[in-house]
Design a binder for this molecule. Structure first.
Ligand SMILES: C[S@@+](CC[C@H](N)C(=O)[O-])C[C@H]1O[C@@H](n2cnc3c(N)ncnc32)[C@H](O)[C@@H]1O
Length: 253
């Protein structure tokens, strides 16, 4: 079984853009990327280029990179959509819906992106994926992104402030919690690894018979992610997307 496949079956992530939830997620993604486009934070040097290459990591079907590409119809864009789960069909469907040609899907762990031996103008990690990486893994991840990014390139992360959402606003720290996604999905605290900082929770659904899944997460605040990114890039800009959600845009120029 591929890494995280079980968790995302239970979580019922909206990978299928032709479903009702997928259509809603797509509309939300378009509105977020339009906010980014309106923010004037897309680098001038990048906008001057006619051809872009984009890599999306932890991409699922590729909502982030495919929506971003669709907003720049005058550019010739090549998109590499990657995830540890094989979502080739979902990604092809989404590309067709958005009218984006030139996208390729590959199964790849985000920690191994240097194996592509390629430089990208934009790297995107969209859709709240930072909890999959411990602090040590995040350092490896961001340094790999830095290595595969062109000097004028941008790294775009979309995240929420989990410290605020979980520890201040929410009641997530309870032993059992009704998750916001899927039907009657419950998660229960199972453990904490002091070495990696990952919190282990067990997920199960009351409405289907899938097996219980244990998953480890690190609950990053925006400030912590910002601090790590600042180690690799001169500038980390932020666009508030409402609620606790943000884009963090890292670049050197
Ligand atoms: C929160 S989902 C977001 C999916 C997608 N970006 C979206 O917005 O629909 C996180 C994704 O990261 C993937 N993932 C988790 N760990 C990964 C890793 N080490 N490398 C690549 N993908 C990973 C999961 O399979 C999942 O699709």
């Amino acid at each position: 079984m591929l890494k995280n496949s079980n968790l995302y079956e239970l979580y019922f992530w909206p990978d299928d853009s032709s479903s009702d939830r997928g259509a809603k997620y797509l509309a939300e993604t378009i509105s977020y990327f339009k906010q980014l486009q309106d923010s004037n934070l897309i680098l001038r040097k990048l906008l001057e280029k006619d051809e872009w290459s984009i890599l999306e990591i932890c991409a699922g079907a590729g909502y982030g990179s495919l929506v971003f590409s669709s907003l720049f119809p005058d550019k010739k864009i090549k998109v590499l959509v990657t995830d540890t789960r094989d979502l080739l069909m979902e990604s092809a469907r989404l590309s067709a819906t958005l009218g984006v040609s030139g996208s390729v899907f590959k199964v790849c762990d985000a920690l191994n992106i240097k194996r592509f031996n390629q430089k990208f103008d934009v790297v995107i990690m969209y859709g709240l994926s930072t909890p999959h990486f411990s602090p040590k893994e995040s350092i490896k991840l961001y340094s790999s992104v830095k290595d595969v990014l062109t000097t004028d390139g941008m790294f775009i992360i979309q995240e929420m402030d989990r410290r605020k959402a979980i520890f201040l606003d929410g009641n997530y720290y309870k032993k059992a919690y009704a998750e916001g996604y899927g039907e009657r999905l419950i998660s229960e605290e199972k453990g904490y690894d002091i070495g990696t900082g990952m919190i282990e929770r067990e997920y199960y659904s009351e409405s289907n018979q899938l097996e219980k899944v244990t998953s480890k997460s690190f609950f990053w605040s925006v400030a912590e992610t910002d601090a790590l990114l600042s180690f690799y890039w001169d500038m980390v800009d932020k666009v508030s997307l409402g609620g606790d959600k943000y884009f963090l845009i890292s670049h050197t120029s």
